[in-house]
Design a protein around this ligand. Structure first.
Ligand SMILES: C/C(=C\CNc1ncnc2c1ncn2[C@@H]1O[C@H](COP(=O)(O)O)[C@@H](O)[C@H]1O)CO
Length: 256
């Protein structure tokens, strides 16, 4: 007969004989509020929190409809021309029937949310928990706060039909290059990426062409994934065209 008195069960994991490790059971940890709390910082527990971020994000955004993400610097002052461009982009995207998704933070994000909100559109902010608290800007009407960048990034790509990228720093570059990689590897299809700000972005595009392309690290066609413009109307038109290609106007219903 097996002596089960020394079995240790932690959820689905059973430990016996030499494999038994010291520690409390899951129930004990749940019910004994005086017990150690460091277990909530363990990886298995973190997985549940990550899962919860996906579940909450998918739930909150499932019925958003066509949306465009607008990226750009968190540091753009409200009186900077880039802020006005972001506001114009948010407004014109909303007027074209798009929800506008930003990182929900200050600067360019706030500009785009303000434009969308004031135009009566759906203004979304996907915030990120950072060591320096900034919170969702006041123009976000539907906001989700994420702990994990990767869960948040999934939401941007899953719920946007295109990206508009205004001048920005490392965060913006990360978002731009992630989108480019996803399009290049065909993880997303029919996904326009428009850079607004010729003066700001020309240097980067020149380096991609003259160094990265010249050295054979990308194909010429990869550069065509981005359109560079100063014209917000052109940026919005490209988004509308992509939407129309993807969802052509449904044929009128035949009378019953
Ligand atoms: C820097 C400050 C606050 C930062 N708060 C942010 N809130 C939400 N999203 C953010 C924040 N900072 C960066 N992001 C994301 O990256 C992009 C901007 O980063 P950049 O380095 O400024 O270019 C932006 O699109 C967000 O998605 C206090 O001012």
């Amino acid at each position: 007969m097996t002596d089960r008195t020394h079995d240790r069960m932690t959820g689905p994991v059973v430990e016996r004989r030499g494999q038994v490790t010291e520690g409390s059971t899951t129930d004990q940890r749940l019910l004994d509020s005086r017990g150690p709390t460091d277990w909530v910082h363990t990886d298995p527990w973190r997985v549940l929190r990550i899962q919860a971020e996906f579940v909450e994000g998918f739930g909150a955004l499932a019925e958003l409809g066509p949306a465009i993400a607008v990226f750009g610097s968190a540091r753009t002052p409200a009186d900077h021309p880039h802020h006005a461009v972001a506001e114009e982009a948010g407004r014109k995207l909303a007027e074209a029937g798009f929800a506008v998704i930003t990182g929900g933070g200050p600067g360019t994000m706030e500009g785009a949310n303000k434009g969308a909100c004031q135009a009566g559109g759906v203004s979304v902010g996907l915030g990120i928990e950072l060591p320096f608290e900034s919170g969702l800007n006041q123009w976000v009407d539907k906001g989700i706060n994420f702990r994990y960048f990767f869960a948040r990034k999934t939401m941007f790509v899953k719920y946007s039909q295109g990206f508009i990228v205004l001048p920005g720093g490392l965060g913006t570059l990360d978002e731009l290059f992630e989108a480019l990689t996803l399009v290049q590897t065909q993880k997303v299809t029919s996904f326009p990426i428009v850079l607004i700000g010729k003066d700001y972005w020309s240097g980067l595009l020149g380096w991609l062409r003259e160094t990265v392309l010249a050295d054979g690290k990308i194909n010429a066609a990869d550069l065509d994934m981005m359109v560079l413009t100063d014209d917000v109307d052109e940026a919005v038109r490209l988004m509308v065209d992509a939407r129309d290609d993807r969802w052509p106007t449904p044929a009128p219903k035949r009378p019953e």
